[in-house]
Design a protein around this ligand. Sequence first.
Ligand code: SAM
Ligand code: SF4
Length: 364
Amino acid sequence: MTPEKYESLLQKLDQEENLSWAEIVAIIATPCPELDQKLFSLADRKREKYVGEEIHLRGIIEFSNYCRKNCLYCGLRRDNSTLPRYRMKPAEIIEVAQKIVDLGIPTVVLQSGEDLAYPTDLLAEIVFQVKKIGAAVTLSIGERDREDYLSLYQAGADRFLLKQETFDRNLFDQIHSDDNYDFRLACQKILQEIGFQTGSGNMVGLPGQKAKALALDIKKFQEWNFDMIGIGPFIPHPKTPLGKHQPDSYQQLILTLKVLALTRILTKNSHLPATTALGVLSAKGRETALRCGANVIMPDFTPIKYQTSYNIYPGKSSFEEGEYRLAQARAMIKRLGRKETNHPGHSLKRHPHLNPLPRRERKF
Ligand code: SAM
Ligand code: SF4
């Protein structure tokens, strides 16, 4: 694409806040530092218009690294026998959640591998207790069946993050030996029907991933009207089948930021985190993301003794206490001249077609 054409697509993006799949492919496939910067500035303006200056903090607890799945990219995959495994006890999880709330963070994210050793009733009880402390709860625990999701919702869980990782069916099949594209999307549909605020997302820079696949991801994020979308670079883990892939980290950073910026403009008011993986790719990665459309930071509160074992990709753990990460996040917000919220930062979307199921009183 010529720079003139790129420039005209930026004007169209500004006016119509929409592009076709083919137009997005053209932008993603055209490297032009000057116009890429214009795209980032436009995304920053649209962020201001649709979600304002507020940045939402979500404290994440990675409570188990056991996983029954074998995703080809992830360090927690079942076949990674070199990884020491851990499970946090419910009381330990609730203690950390209390600390997060005491530090003024209104949302607790509970994340794990797909670990069925936590039966749904137990997870529901943990959710219920964390809600009692006063936090909004996001779950990121993978695929379960409808009854499980419903129990978790009835226990009070507000949001569920289940990234599709890629909406390109062939690529999805290549990087998942034991997952099913349609099943994962069906889970997403169930979560939306139940009434969860739902999140998806992708990884950028996967082996064989083309501009066409990334443009498809962006169109799908828009079509599904997701409340939150996590966009992060793929970082190869040496103990996984995709560990030998060597992306150029600068190109990957720009590409990830372009996908993020386009997603902001097309989805308007979705919540978009400045992902930890971007911070691993580049020291200023998260701060840059917050200038290119992102409006969420998720400081990690997993106790230090477990952090090295939640080794999804190299460089993720830095042996820092949650308090230190929180201080870094708050300093970042200050540098950017933005505002930290003191409310849960629920979805700004309206889902008129959905009729959330009522929550029942639970007694444990
Ligand atoms: N097991 C749950 C699931 O898969 O939905 C949640 C935990 S999983 C570790 C959380 C996210 O880690 C995934 O959605 C994926 O995007 C990300 N991830 C895994 N391996 C990665 C890698 N090598 N580079 C970047 N992100 C990765
Ligand atoms: Fe398990 Fe999630 Fe990692 Fe896949 S991405 S191996 S489901 S933790």
